[in-house]
Ligand binder design. Structure first.
Ligand SMILES: N[C@@H](CCC(=O)N[C@@H](CS)C(=O)NCC(=O)O)C(=O)O
Length: 256
């Protein structure tokens, strides 16, 4: 997008899987954006909760920001928004030329339905395992379910494009990946490195099954294709995320 496209300020913390959704979208559409980092280890500044994110959570955006404005002091007329999925929908509507969403309303509805299933399935398993210590088998099951989505097993409509012959959940890369991939890359990193509240050693065991079993061959190929996307290369760097996730108190075992 040209420098004359709307200026966006993106309030984010790189650890955030929700923020990563928005970051992926901004990168993919080559948006005219700057990042304002939010430190999740300290209380949010008053201006942030008052003006950008009433819950204090990241991500948030300010859209069409006049040149020279400070991230902490925006004119009252500036559009501000929080919550990752509504931000994605907003960007798709505000910048239609970027093609974040398919133009066809049936295809859009199907992407939304996929994201609803993802939120109820994989995203819940992610929290249960990593933050609450449920056995990581729940994440392996969620990966298997995702693979079923990818090849079309979980879906109902014969005319719906799938990734059964390669490619992505709807054949082409779509909002489905933007919503899901930030969770997938973090889940796989955590299992591989045994990070999470579950009993020590169990994450790595599950990851070894994922990494070696024929059952997950399609999913592994998908993750290779996902990792090759330019927007992912910019927004996901394991070597930077790993030290943060290894030290974050909410992922630490009680005995650790
Ligand atoms: N439903 C929100 C969830 C956002 C969220 O939970 N963000 C976390 C980071 S992953 C956060 O800001 N946590 C800070 C805190 O709890 O103080 C969305 O989709 O944007």
């Amino acid at each position: 997008m040209s420098p004359s496209s709307p200026r966006i300020i993106f309030y984010n913390a790189e650890v955030s899987r929700f923020g990563h959704r928005v970051w992926l979208a901004l990168e993919q559409i080559n948006a005219n954006y700057t990042v304002h980092p939010v430190d999740l280890f300290v209380p949010r500044p008053e201006w942030y909760t008052r003006n950008l994110s009433p819950t204090g959570l990241v991500p948030a955006i300010a859209f069409d920001v006049p040149e020279g404005c400070s991230p902490a002091d925006l004119p009252a007329s500036t559009i501000r928004m929080n919550e990752s999925l509504p931000i994605l929908e907003f960007l798709a509507d505000a910048l239609p030329a970027a093609n974040l969403f398919p133009a066809d309303i049936v295809a859009r509805a199907r992407v939304r339905a996929f994201i609803s299933r993802f939120e109820a399935g994989f995203a819940k398993a992610f929290e249960a395992v990593l933050f609450r210590g449920e056995h990581p088998q729940a994440l392996l099951d969620a990966l298997a379910q995702y693979q079923d989505e990818l090849v079309g097993v979980q879906r109902r409509f014969a005319d719906e494009p799938t990734g059964s012959e390669g490619g992505f959940v709807f054949g082409e890369w779509s909002m489905a990946e933007i919503a899901a991939v930030p969770f997938l890359v973090r889940a796989l990193m955590c299992l591989e490195h045994d990070i999470g509240k579950y009993p020590a050693g169990e994450g790595r065991k599950v990851w070894e099954e994922y990494a070696s079993s024929e059952k997950f061959a399609r999913m592994r190929k998908y993750m290779v294709d996902v990792s090759a996307r330019p927007a992912l290369k910019v927004t996901w760097k394991v070597e930077e995320q790993l030290p943060i996730w290894s030290q974050f108190p909410i992922f630490k075992r009680d005995s650790a």
